[in-house]
Design a binder for this molecule. Structure first.
Ligand SMILES: Nc1nc2c(c(=O)[nH]1)N[C@H]1C(S)=C(S)[C@@H](COP(=O)(O)O)O[C@H]1N2
Ligand SMILES: [Mo]
Length: 173
């Protein structure tokens, strides 16, 4: 290698390793609970959660098999209150799901809580036995019972519990 070229490669090394870190960060998922505590779930932590496989029809009516973790399990692992403790003022909170492309969708908390409903809201990381393709993954919401697919959020990057409580001084509607 010519000395000048070697210098250029050396100079770029930190940039190249930074880019690799960014790629890993892209595979992680941020979850914020109702107390504002943020948890970053690594792919390894996600892999340890209980998994489910569901057969669905996609937007075009084609059969697909999605595999992943119930959104409720992901939320619980990040300290989000569900089950018998989900009551009172917590019922005014809602879930905001944010995607890498800026797409944003909300769910009600009881709507994703297996103590409340049998409706499946899955956070999938695999489709037809393979990791989700770029553009769809690394994580995608799958809601088989929704009649339209607009809440099947692709490229999920962040899920946060948001406060629907009244603003100070506006306690009454
Ligand atoms: N991140 C993200 N997810 C998204 C959307 C989007 O624009 N961005 N569109 C939604 C809509 S309106 C539909 S119909 C489905 C389409 O899913 P498909 O690309 O797998 O057919 O994705 C949903 N998820
Ligand atoms: Mo859509």
């Amino acid at each position: 290698m010519r000395p000048v070229l070697a210098l250029v490669v050396l100079a770029l090394a930190p940039v190249i390793s930074l880019a690799a870190d960014d790629n890993r960060a892209a595979g992680s998922l941020k979850v914020e609970n109702e107390k504002g505590k943020e948890t970053t779930l690594s792919p390894e932590a996600f892999a340890k959660l209980p998994r489910q496989t569901i057969k669905v029809k996609d937007q075009k009516g084609n059969p697909a098999t999605y595999e992943g973790v119930l959104l409720a399990e992901v939320l619980r692992s990040a300290g989000v209150t569900l089950g018998k403790d989900l009551r009172g003022p917590l019922l005014a909170n809602f879930l905001l799901v944010e995607a890498g492309d800026g797409y944003r969708v909300v769910f009600a908390l009881p709507e994703v809580d297996p103590d409340m409903t049998d409706k499946v809201v899955l956070l999938a990381d695999r489709k037809d036995g393979k990791p989700l393709p770029a553009g769809e993954g690394p994580y995608r919401i799958v809601v088989p019972e929704d009649k339209r697919n607009m809440r099947w959020v692709k490229q999920v990057a962040r899920v946060s519990v948001r406060n629907g409580a009244p603003a100070a001084g506006k306690e009454k509607p």
